[in-house]
Design a protein around this ligand. Sequence first.
Ligand SMILES: [Fe+2]
Length: 183
Amino acid sequence: MAADVQLLLDLLETRGNESYFGERVSVLEHSLQAAHFAEKAKAPCAEVAAALLHDIGHLLHHENEDVADRGLDTKHEEIGCEYLRQWFDDSVIEPIRLHVAAKRYLCAIDAAYLAQLSESSVKSLAIQGGPMSELETEAFLTSPFAKAAIRLRRWDDEAKVEDLPTLPLKHYLHHLKTAMPTE
Ligand SMILES: [Fe+2]
């Protein structure tokens, strides 16, 4: 199990350092910042782990960083969950799977939220289906992980600060190990 955790951290460290996907921060910086905000909010280990790993799907598909410009939805949340399911249960997986839906939900219910989205996030919103309809918002809220997904989404949006000092990846080993179900 410890080797598996190291595999995840290595993937974030190497590919995450090189990938940007339209933001001013790399995927690694973005992931560390999201985990930092989750920990600052005193979230449980599973939610800190979800924040750290929520964009790992971006490191697993083979599209270039201009995907949104090309009108492509890579479904990075689904790719990430498929990969992470070998180690984690729904407490980590479901907020990640729903973090794009949570953005579509928040855009539907909160005009101020929509107004503060980054340029890249607005671009991908259109590709991801735009703000939810009323029916879709009702369906979204029936998930037991909807609230955790909304929290993750807000840390995700916050985690785009250039040069924000964060703790190193190894700080989150504890959260990842704690979030893994014991056999
Ligand atoms: Fe993100």
